[in-house]
Write a protein that binds this ligand. Structure first.
Ligand code: AMP
Ligand code: TRP
Length: 340
């Protein structure tokens, strides 16, 4: 890696493309709060609306989802004074550096991205050009701040490897040590929260069935009901983590418990060994309601004040721009772009 030293800086993003799920919360947002509170990093959190529009978004829904996501960040514990919280399209440097990286990244690299293959499906000809270029914009999000650490869920690992490849190719092509090779931070028991009805699929905001996920806007009764009805197998809980192998639904519920309670998977197994899932799910429902219901209540309260939310995003965008603008300027200088 490079000899240059970079300020310890965290960047991460979530798309305002639908409601927030428990997967987003445990895999991303809760960990964003931990990193903010650790006081070791400057933290920048972005609502990546330019990524959301790589697939069609209804305009009214995009507005609502953006405000709701902002409310979710704050309700989960992000302090918009301490961290920088903003939406991507208000900071034009993202799109500008994204274009530069479209010219650095290779078609072959992009074509190998599993998220592209999954989202484009069989009809790649009909997918937007933006969906194909999505990971180059993501690299721009991160590198416009020289971010050193990026907390994400497991599904983003490949995109972060590509971000390093883009940084390394730029540095190599221009003979500089300018962009850092960012570290992915994929930690904890719940970096891949699975679908409540099918433990082999990821919990997703885009699944057509609402029973498969917990939304951060669900009320206490809905959260409890979805957990009680989650698919499990007929065996009781094992007495060791190894006993969860080949039991994806059981493993997922144990992971969710560990994520919500800040425990290791071994501790959850030790506490619940031999318990039948009917009882385990009741206790998990109580835990989930205790942790999540206050967040959903606070989100609804904040959603009553859209002007305040917009003000927070606008102020966050100004702060973000102060960091990103000089980095973009230096990038153009390195490339020999003439400007007055
Ligand atoms: P997205 O909603 O796709 O913008 O994802 C935002 C963040 O949430 C990323 O860091 C994802 O890796 C994370 N994430 C999304 N779904 C899950 C899941 N089911 N389990 C864990 N992390 C997730
Ligand atoms: N691609 C990420 C996702 O869907 C969202 C994202 C966009 C992101 N830019 C980012 C995450 C930069 C981390 C850093 O989950």
């Amino acid at each position: 890696m490079s000899d240059a030293t970079f300020t310890p800086r965290v960047f991460s993003g979530i798309q305002p493309s639908g409601g927030l799920t428990l997967g987003n919360y445990l895999g991303a947002m809760k960990r964003f709060v931990d990193m903010q509170d650790a006081d070791r990093f400057e933290c920048i959190y972005c609502l990546v609306d330019l990524h959301a529009i790589t697939v069609w978004q209804d305009p009214a829904a995009l507005t609502r989802n953006t405000r709701e996501l902002c409310a979710g960040f704050i309700a989960a514990g992000i302090d918009p004074e301490k961290s920088i919280l903003f939406n991507q399209s208000q900071v034009p440097e993202h799109a500008q550096l994204g274009w530069v990286f479209n010219c650095v990244a290779r078609m072959g690299w992009m074509g190998r991205m599993t998220q592209w293959k999954d989202k484009a499906g069989k009809n790649a000809e009909a997918a937007s050009l933006g969906l194909f270029a999505y990971p180059a914009l993501m690299a721009a999000d991160i590198l416009a701040y020289h971010a050193t650490h990026v907390p994400v869920g497991e599904d983003q690992k490949q995109h972060l490897e590509l971000t390093r490849d883009i940084a390394a190719k730029f540095n190599h092509d221009y003979g500089v040590d300018f962009f850092p090779l960012t570290e992915p931070v994929i930690e904890g028991a719940a970096t891949r929260v699975m679908n409540l009805q099918d433990g082999t699929k990821k919990m997703s905001k885009s699944d057509p069935s609402d029973r498969t996920r917990i939304n951060m806007t669900d009320d206490a009764d809905t959260i409890a009901r979805k957990i009680r009805k989650a698919k499990t197998d007929p065996e009781p809980l094992p007495d060791s983590v190894a006993g969860l192998e080949d039991r994806p639904e059981a493993r997922n519920l144990v992971n969710i418990w560990a994520g919500l309670a800040d425990l290791g998977v071994e501790d959850v197994v030790a506490q619940n060994a031999g318990k039948m899932f009917g009882y385990f799910k009741q206790d998990l429902a109580d835990l989930a309601v205790a942790k999540l219901a206050p967040i959903s209540t606070e989100m609804s309260r904040l959603m009553q004040e859209p002007d305040e939310i917009d003000r927070i995003l606008s102020r966050g965008s100004d702060r973000a721009r102060e960091i990103a603008a000089p980095i973009l300027r230096q990038t153009f200088d390195i490339m020999g772009v003439v400007r007055a």
